[in-house]
Design a protein around this ligand. Structure first.
Ligand code: Q9C
Ligand code: ZN
Length: 667
């Protein structure tokens, strides 16, 4: 199961033939530098090369009108003057004698990608195309776009491949109004877009790009707009919107296919976006979508006008699709006030449509008037001062770090009589631990727990952790006689010299009674118990009244708490602990393992109890990087737990800024 890459030099063969300041950034080099970067880094060689094809008339007509198609068809034969005139009826777009051909190839590339993914020829893929698509409308070109490549692909996936629900994630910095118009009243296509908006001052200056355009009729709730009202948004702002809006809604939607309007003008250095998110954020955005729809994800290029930033961002995206370890995002800042305001507005307007957001902003009042004015002033000031900042092209940022695949992906530490799952390597021998560590381990409860091989097991775990640190091994799973005792030993004795921050995720109720106040570990415990109290900043018990089998509650906990905490904490190792009888389902468990791979460069150690080996199969599959099966049960409404999680999240916001979803000035 590979990754498709679609590219054809032909799509570089059109350009602006006259002077138009609005269009001069849309150059053929956008495509060639992106592709050359993939070649140079060896990424293109690792992909399955799929040729584009021309979209057929019938396919273009899935989205566009006959009159419009007929009009565009005439452009190859027009004189320069005719082309200029044809162009004039539309906004911020240009035509060229070869653009019709390229536009057919661009749309056809998206269709080839959908075919490759939906037939199982590949798991996922990316199409590098020009012209882009998301601005073009039924009967109009717009914003460099001729045919709406992704909208056509969504209709095609439904019609030709029987996809019932398609999620479109538009992370380009412009609003894909063409996509919104296409699916506004259609509940089978969920369109998410974030975009530079500045209270309608930014192109395309549409009232309907604001957060309160949620879709129409039976499509209400299936259009999610996140307007950015300031420039300079950073990684933390993007991640907050993913964790607190897009991902919960997307999981509840349960798509059969994910299409990404992959524009990279939302990255640092872009002259259009003027945002500050670094190219490695796209590794995380991609990763966070890769466990939806059983991994079926098609990314189609849209914008991106800083050639350096664009090429780096494309590489980050493709490398993630290929399954390489994710870059660590160090020093995340708090989401900014303006982003929080957008987040709050989107959540409060969408909560009526999504049971997973039902309790969003429960305690926030809606009296925004005076505070809104204050924020507007601040935004205005920022907009003014932004003018004297140096131009986006001169912006500098560090090149993304290399993402090296470990020689061994996954290992197991098992009792001799337990079978090792396919694809995992059994960690058999290990080096001597030295007398000090051995005596430390002996003094722990291991031998009390009746494990004669305690020291042997823990010395293998020590080796495993050490080899994860040096990236010789990616991740691993261990069966131990007593998970609680094992966690303590691993964190206290084995990790202390090797990793400075350990994120312990414990699924199920288990007494983990040792000091956690120093920040060397952060414990997030998700269980069905209701009594546990939060002890300080670093021990966070999440109580699901209906237990870990409550999928809505679990998803809320994962996206609303666990992921934002993990991003803010930035661990060097993730320890995932499965307490027997926790009630967590296999699909949820696999999703969790998949999502946690975003931390600590993928270095996860799963601890399970010896008698709990039944879920070894799903665990191994997730560790090896296979996408988790979809959580179908989210499609049928489940009872909810009354907003206890939301209240907990609000309490924790003082310590953990990534948990914020409301602006200070707004509530
Ligand atoms: N200062 C895409 O990113 N406005 N289209 C240009 C120049 C139009 C962007 C104004 C931007 C269209 C696919
Ligand atoms: Zn754009």
């Amino acid at each position: 199961m590979g990754t498709a890459l679609i590219y054809d030099e032909e799509m570089t063969k059109y350009k602006l033939l006259w002077v138009d300041p609005a269009c001069k950034i849309e150059v053929p080099e956008r495509l060639s530098v992106s592709y050359e970067a993939l070649v140079r880094t060896g990424l293109s060689d690792r992909c399955v090369s799929v040729p584009p094809r021309e979209a057929l008339d019938a396919e273009i007509l899935l989205v566009h009108s006959e009159e419009y198609l007929e009009g565009v068809k005439k452009t190859p034969h027009m004189t320069l003057e005719d082309l200029k005139e044809f162009t004039l009826q539309y906004g911020d777009v240009y035509f060229h004698p070869n653009i019709y051909h390229c536009a057919k190839l661009a749309a056809g590339s998206a269709l080839q990608l959908v075919d490759s993914v939906m037939t199982g020829k590949v798991r996922n893929g990316m199409a590098l195309v020009r012209p882009p698509g998301h601005h073009s409308m039924r009967s109009a070109a717009s914003g460099f776009c001729v045919f709406n490549n992704v909208a056509i692909a969504a209709r095609y996936a439904k019609q030709k491949h029987g996809a019932e629900r398609v999620l479109i994630v538009d992370w380009d910095i412009h609003h894909g109004q063409g996509v919104q118009y296409c699916f506004e009243d259609d509940p089978s296509v969920l369109y998410f877009s974030w975009h530079r908006y500045e209270h309608q001052k930014f192109w395309p200056n549409l009232r309907e790009s604001d957060y309160d355009s949620v879709g129409k009729g039976s499509g209400a709730g299936f259009n999610v707009n996140v307007p950015w009202n300031e420039v300079g948004m950073e990684n933390s702002d993007y991640l907050s919107v993913f964790c607190h809006v897009l991902l919960p809604v997307a999981y509840e939607f349960c798509p059969d296919l994910v299409l990404v309007c992959a524009g990279f003008d939302s990255a640092i250095g872009d002259p259009e976006g003027e945002m500050c998110a670094t190219p490695d954020i796209f590794a995380h955005l991609t990763h966070l979508l890769m466990n939806l729809a059983g991994g079926k994800l098609c990314a189609v290029l849209e914008g991106g006008y800083n050639l350096t930033s664009l090429a780096q961002s494309v590489c980050q995206t493709v490398q993630t699709l290929l399954g390489d370890p994710l870059p660590q995002l160090a020093n995340l800042r708090s989401p900014c006030e303006s982003a929080l305001e957008s987040l709050q507005c989107v959540r409060s307007v969408q909560r009526q449509y999504w049971s997973i957001l039902k309790h969003a902003a429960d305690s926030a009042t809606t009296d925004v008037s005076t505070k809104r004015i204050k924020l507007a002033k601040a935004e205005e000031e920022k907009a003014e001062t932004a003018e004297d900042e140096r131009s986006q092209e001169e912006k500098v940022w560090p090149e993304p770090a290399e993402r090296l695949r470990p020689p061994v992906c996954s290992v197991s530490v098992l009792p001799d009589d337990a079978a090792c799952p396919d694809g995992l390597k059994r960690l058999a021998s290990s080096k001597d631990l030295g007398p000090l560590l051995v005596s430390r381990i002996r003094n722990r409860s291991m031998e009390d727990a009746g494990d004669a091989d305690g020291v042997a097991t823990f010395s293998r775990l020590y080796t495993l952790i050490e080899k994860m640190r040096t990236n010789e091994i990616g991740n691993g799973v261990a069966l131990v006689p007593d998970v609680a005792a094992a966690v303590e030993c691993v964190v206290r004795d084995l990790c202390s010299d090797l990793v400075s921050r350990v994120l312990v995720v414990c699924v199920g109720k288990e007494e983990l009674n040792y000091a956690t106040a120093d920040g060397k570990m952060l414990v997030v415990q998700i269980s069905g118990e209701d009594k546990e109290e939060q002890k300080g900043k670093y021990y966070i018990p999440v109580c699901l009244k209906k237990g870990c089998g409550d999928t809505v509650g679990f998803i809320q906990a994962v996206f609303g708490l666990l992921l934002p905490l993990g991003y803010e904490y930035d661990p060097g190792l993730v320890l995932l602990v499965r307490v027997p009888g926790s009630g967590v389902g296999d699909c949820m468990w696999q999703q969790l393992i998949g999502l946690l791979k975003g931390f600590a460069k993928g270095h996860t150690l799963v601890l399970m109890q010896t008698n709990d080996g039944a879920c070894m199969g799903p665990t191994a599959s997730a560790l090896l990087g296979h996408p988790a099966p979809p959580l179908q049960e989210l499609l049928t409404p489940l009872p909810d737990d009354g907003g206890a999680l939301e209240r907990m999240r609000e309490r924790l916001q003082a310590d953990w800024k990534m948990l914020q979803t409301t602006g200070e000035w707004v509530c």
